[in-house]
Design a protein around this ligand. Sequence first.
Ligand code: CP
Length: 332
Amino acid sequence: MTMRNIQLDDKGRLRHFLTVEGLTRPILTEILDTAESFAGVGAQAVKKVPLLRGKTITNLFFEASTRTRTTFELAAKRLSADVLNINISTSATSKGESMLDMLRNLEAMHCDMFVVRHARSGAAHFIARHVAPHISVVNAGDGCHAHPTQAMLDMFTIRRHKGEFHKLRIAIVGDILHSRVARSQIHALSLLGAHEIRVIGPKTLIPRDVSTFGVHVFHDMRAGLADVDVVMMLRVQKERMQGAFLPSEHEYYQLYGLTEDKLSCAKHDAIVMHPGPINRGVEIDSRVADGPRSVILEQVTNGIAVRMAIMAMVLGRGASDDAETRRTGDRG
Ligand code: CP
């Protein structure tokens, strides 16, 4: 079974959201447009719309998270869904219950959606293949494989600042090898027609086959940043490194840490992004992270509207539904 078959129903609509790979430009654009319609909900006096009233969404985070877990919870609550947050460390899996048995029990409680983060690549696909037919699965990050909702909130942030993708030159900088974020960003930028995608990093942190993704590879950061519109920084993922990928954090910072000096190679109005958590003084200088060109905290805010859009579409309430419903407060 192909990924497209798993993620899409027989009418080509989103049934699960597991990876950007295999989706289409119209689906990505619908996510961005639907998110745009939700973006004002957070500024309302009553930060809720009744779109998913009566639905139950379960957050299953087998790996640490601050931004993704909390913004999924807020997004679900703003859509008026009921939310369960399963604390994996205190769940019955610690007594030997298998993950699939835990899922069967959650299915018996009439959950409608599982939002899954897991350290193993492929975990969300595995769960999607095993859940009951009425349940949707959204991937909140699996191993080094994919983090598709992060990529979509990044696309939303870029589109808001820079408009059409076909005019943009974008650099993704750092630990590409271990980054599920970078993989999903590259797929999304390609599908949306970005003019040029560059990846910048040391040879040890760039996958050998990366050029098959249609990106240009740079090992010199200043050359790679020349004339770019968007700089997307990545965290150095020490927890995924087995062996010596870096000479030292100090040397990495000298070569690939984003400082004001290196940023001056990009266009004068280039924006700086980072999915978080950030390591100040390793991949980014505080003056850049907190500076006027940083949109890092905007990315976090935008994550709520984008996750609202994805959950609404996956549960069958996409852009074609009553847009007025999204603009009004909770009428329930
Ligand atoms: N960007 C991101 O996935 O952050 P968290 O690990 O805090 O969810």
